[in-house]
Design a protein around this ligand. Structure first.
Ligand SMILES: [Fe+2]
Ligand SMILES: [Fe+2]
Length: 281
């Protein structure tokens, strides 16, 4: 081959060599990309595994938390039940020192719950009021038997001592975190307060008196009028209704929260039914 042909072939082959070099470079670049991708994929896989592990861990925590929450709810429920039981027993203890009966406590809690429900209270709050109302006279534990059980009207000094029972009751129940005991304290302290400010122990007026105390006061007066006392017979329902709505000199309509007195007027037959259901006879 002469030189000219050789040079021509060389000229023709030169681009091919360039393309081959470019192909080799592209190939090694691709291998590098593949390696990078592999590394990326590997680290992504690790991240996914880590995320999955974290997910399971979180699920386990959630399960533990749910378990702990259920257990603490159960404990709170048991505690509240224990409170209710203790309160009922305290109510029974005060009953032993009083002319009032266990049936009085039952009736009072039913009248109070009935009014609360008709005032639109939540069922659980109305039930709490029913429980808390049983503590209204708990302070009578601190009143001497000679006064508490005297089969005759009390003299001035004796009445003064008797009128200490709301404060004694409140001091027995105060300082607790339990909503039930806090409501019990409000009722014990305020169930002898009157809407017109003539009640005791603080002479509170109208809405200064907690609503729970105002409700229990209506229920307590109704039941006292329906019950036999050393100084009075048990009055019939109709007579009691008239006394509460119109007054008899001793009991006056202005003693009661007007809204509650109206509600009592609407519900009076249900009051009578409760009274008959838990009769003392
Ligand atoms: Fe009382
Ligand atoms: Fe009472």
């Amino acid at each position: 081959m002469n030189k000219k042909i050789q040079s021509t072939i060389h000229q023709l082959l030169k681009p091919c060599a360039d393309i081959e070099r470019q192909l080799i470079a592209a190939h090694s670049q691709l291998i590098k990309y593949a390696q990078d991708l592999n590394i990326l994929h590997k680290s992504e896989k690790e991240s996914t595994q880590k995320l999955e592990a974290a997910h399971w861990q979180l699920q386990a925590y959630a399960k533990d938390l749910k378990f702990a929450l259920t257990a603490s709810k159960q404990k709170a429920g048991q505690l509240e039940k224990a409170y209710c039981d203790m309160i009922f027993r305290l109510g029974l203890a005060s009953k032993y020192k009083d002319e009032e009966t266990g049936n009085h406590i039952q009736r009072l809690s039913h009248y109070s719950q009935l009014m609360a429900i008709n005032l639109g209270w939540k069922k659980t709050d109305a039930e709490m009021l029913a429980q808390a109302s049983t503590m209204h006279d708990i302070g009578k534990i601190g009143i001497p038997d000679a006064i508490l059980l005297k089969p005759a009207p009390l003299n001035h000094q004796e009445r003064e001592i008797m009128m200490l029972h709301p404060k004694i009751g409140a001091s027995l129940l105060e300082g607790s975190d339990s909503p039930l005991l806090r409501m019990g304290k409000d009722i014990a302290l305020n169930h002898h307060e009157k809407w017109d400010g003539t009640g005791y122990p603080q002479g509170l007026k109208a809405e200064e008196i907690p609503l729970s105390g105002r409700i229990v006061m209506v229920a307590d007066v109704y039941d006292a009028l329906r019950s036999k006392r050393p100084y009075k017979p048990a009055f019939a329902h109709e007579k009691t209704l008239t006394i509460m709505i119109e007054g008899d000199g001793r009991t006056k309509p202005e003693h009661f929260d007007p809204q509650l007195l109206e509600l009592f007027g609407d519900l009076h037959q249900e009051f009578a039914a409760i009274c008959d259901r838990f009769t003392d006879e």
